[in-house]
Design a protein around this ligand. Structure first.
Ligand SMILES: N[C@@H](CCC(=O)N[C@@H](CS)C(=O)NCC(=O)O)C(=O)O
Length: 419
């Protein structure tokens, strides 16, 4: 049985603007545990509403007759009260390490992000909070908001330096907690969600490994953080948004970096995720049902499927075809590995694929990718990349099998990682 849980969360003038980094930690921890919660919009000056907790800050979680506060203490409470739900820490050592990560975020990351976003917070606040916020924060900074805003460029450079250990960690693993998100991620990500909800500032470059992780965290827990309301000025302008610019040019993926897992559709109706299986995965991008070379190449892959499986490498192929077109391919090619569909144009650009316009309506009825091969390792890191611009360019499959055997047996390093 779960007690009814109520979470007091900091809100702006608009109830739906929830921007506290500490409250986001708790929201994500509750989602991780799969616990339903009623959230209550709370404002800085509404100290009475949380007086029963014996202090004046949020998050405050009300669980039955207990009034809990301090994001870390709430995380421990959730872990210990709901031990059968997915763990926030994994093990005692994981708990201790998560505590350090949470402290690092509170003591190093939050102040660094605050220098960038604090001057923008008053615009979001309820009238009754504005004076309180300015007075307390200017006293804490020892400077006016105007003086803080004037140092923005230096604040961004300092933030960039603060992020160094997070960046190097996420260069080698998908999440702070390892292969899947857990409390260490919630504790750090709260700061990025704070900035995302409140500020138009771009804290990190789109090719920064931290940026890929932020995207993964936005998608985690059914897109809980991504679906949060943002201040209107925090929404990216259409002409400068990353999504928009990547629609106009291909981007280059970097081997050696975690690949944001991508979900495609399977013909049996289920989803297939590439990039987070915990094993070696090879994904062949094919042009589609209209391409005879794809058909014969699929058969050639099928002939090596068992050899690859013996190495621990699973295989799938994906195209931009419809389900109906993919069924025709499946019947013609007779392969025993997943033939996936649902590769949309945004994903083609994100993967850096070359994209073609059909030469005529007879060729096919949609834009399609030229061939490519991606291999990710059990850590979800991109290990091999081959991207072609024409149907005749396909990697030699026997070399691929031998190469993967060599890579796996000898722990051969990822090549081509310099930028
Ligand atoms: N260490 C606390 C910090 C909580 C905290 O500073 N919360 C802010 C919102 S992010 C707050 O409620 N501030 C109220 C105030 O400044 O009066 C935690 O991790 O929960």
């Amino acid at each position: 049985m779960t007690a009814d849980l109520r979470l007091f969360e900091l809100a702006g003038a608009d109830d739906a603007i929830r921007f506290s980094p500490n409250c986001w930690r708790t929201r994500l921890a509750l989602a991780h545990k799969g616990l339903p919660v009623e959230t209550v919009a709370w404002r800085f000056t509404e100290k009475d509403a949380i007086a029963k907790s014996g202090q004046g800050k949020v998050p405050v979680l009300v669980a039955g007759d207990q009034w809990l506060y301090e994001s870390w203490d709430i995380a421990e409470y959730l872990e210990d009260t709901y031990p059968d739900q997915p763990s926030l820490f994994g093990c005692p050592q994981g708990r201790a390490a998560a505590r350090f990560v949470s402290q690092w975020a509170s003591e190093a990351l939050h102040p660094a992000v605050a220098r960038v976003v604090v001057p923008e917070i008053p615009a979001a606040l309820h009238e009754k909070d504005k004076e309180y916020f300015r007075t307390t924060r200017e006293a804490a900074f020892g400077r006016t908001f105007e003086a803080i805003a004037a140092e923005r460029d230096e604040a961004l450079r300092a933030l960039n330096r603060t992020l160094a250990p997070l960046r190097s960690t996420l260069t080698n693993q998908l999440y702070v907690a390892g292969a899947a998100p857990a409390y260490a991620d919630h504790a750090v990500f709260g700061a990025f969600q704070w900035a995302r909800v409140i500020s138009p500032a771009t804290l990190i470059a789109s090719d920064d490994p931290v940026s890929g992780w932020v995207e993964r965290m936005l998608d985690a827990y059914n897109g809980l953080a991504r679906s949060a309301k943002r201040m209107a000025n925090a929404e990216p302008h259409p002409s400068t948004s990353q999504e928009n610019s990547t629609m106009n040019m291909t981007s280059k993926l970097h081997p050696g970096q975690p690949l944001n897992p991508i979900t495609f559709k399977q013909l049996d109706g289920g989803d297939f995720t590439f990039g987070a299986s915990g094993g070696w995965q090879a994904l062949f991008v094919i042009r589609g049902q209209h391409c005879p070379i794809c058909k014969s190449y699929l058969s050639e892959i099928e002939q090596r499927r068992e050899a690859l499986a013996a190495l621990g490498v699973s295989v799938a192929a994906v195209s931009a075809d419809s389900e109906a077109q993919t069924r025709i391919t499946a019947e013609a090619a007779k392969v025993n590995f997943p033939l996936l569909y649902g590769l949309d144009e945004a994903t083609m650009h994100r993967l850096g694929l070359y994209v073609s316009e059909p030469r005529s309506a007879q060729e096919t009825d949609h834009r399609f990718p030229e061939p490519a091969l991606f291999v990710v390792n059990p850590q979800g890191v991109l290990h091999l990349v081959d991207i072609a611009n024409a149907p005749f360019l396909r990697p030699d499959l026997d070399r691929i099998v031998r190469g993967l055997g060599f890579i796996i047996e000898k722990a051969y390093p990822i090549r081509g990682t310099l930028k």
